[in-house]
Write a new protein. Structure first.
Length: 256
């Protein structure tokens, strides 16, 4: 474990350290993770936050702002005047505009082409020839496996395939909707994540023009928490596109 390595190599005790971590899905598992930490190192203070929160804190240097993250999934977090809001992040095909969503749309388009209810193109033929099993299993398939189809979508888009073009155009529109939600809070907005550079050209210009460069990344967000310049932002797991109230007065559970 990192904690054991750090304390042993520096001849210090866990109580001399503070563990600061940004975990995916921590908002639904924070009590379990906190209990695990407290059992392993009962004297060590800790701060738990989600990876999306640390990305938001890093992108805006701990200040107000919105950060759209688009990778295998997609989500928008907004922080303004001490309140936090979440849009999207429903998972799998509910993560509109994400890599998984695009791969899922590609599989669905290929199925329609096979059944004669949608256009047949070189791209849909390629999917049918190479991913027939994945089409049938797309509702339960591994998210990364489905998301990896995104690169095939881009290749066929470059070759002028209309189905690939439609998927990318729709994805850009969905990410543009996230940006619109951020702008409704009157905050600067950034776009981060593994798919950010690839999808940016497909975002409608009136939304793309508002994207600002991120000031930092998740590591800088963790440093904001570690140095006390920011607090962890707990965001309730409410239905997508419903801005929840901030949860609790002391979201950094376990900070002593």
């Amino acid at each position: 474990m990192i904690v054991d390595n750090v304390t042993t190599s520096n001849n210090i005790q866990p109580s001399d350290c503070t563990l600061v971590a940004g975990w995916a899905g921590v908002t639904t598992r924070r009590l379990m993770l906190g209990d695990l930490i407290e059992r392993a190192w009962p004297q060590m203070p800790y701060i738990l936050d989600s990876d999306a929160d640390t990305a938001l804190l890093g992108a805006h240097n701990g200040g107000d702002g919105g950060n759209v993250i688009v990778g295998t999934g997609s989500i928008l977090y907004v922080h303004k005047n001490g309140a936090a809001f979440r849009y999207g992040g429903g998972g799998r095909e509910k993560d509109k505009g994400s890599g998984f969503w695009m791969g899922y749309e590609a599989l669905a388009a290929a199925e329609r082409a096979r059944d004669g209810t949608g256009p047949s193109t070189p791209f849909t033929t390629y999917i049918l020839d190479n991913y027939a099993d994945l089409i049938a299993a797309r509702d339960t398939a591994n998210t990364v496996t489905v998301g990896n189809l995104t690169y095939n979508i881009y290749c066929y888009y470059d070759m002028g395939d209309v189905v690939a073009a439609r998927i990318l155009t729709d994805a850009g529109r969905h990410i543009g909707d996230f940006i619109g939600h951020a702008l409704s809070h009157d905050v600067p907005v950034t776009l981060t994540g593994g798919m950010a550079d690839l999808i940016q050209d497909f975002i409608p210009e009136d939304r793309r023009a508002h994207i600002q460069p991120a000031k930092g990344g998740p590591f800088e967000g963790l440093m904001q928490l570690a140095t006390g310049r920011a607090k962890a932002i707990w965001i309730d797991q409410t239905p997508p596109l419903q801005p929840p109230a901030r949860a609790g007065n002391d979201p950094a559970r376990g900070l002593k």
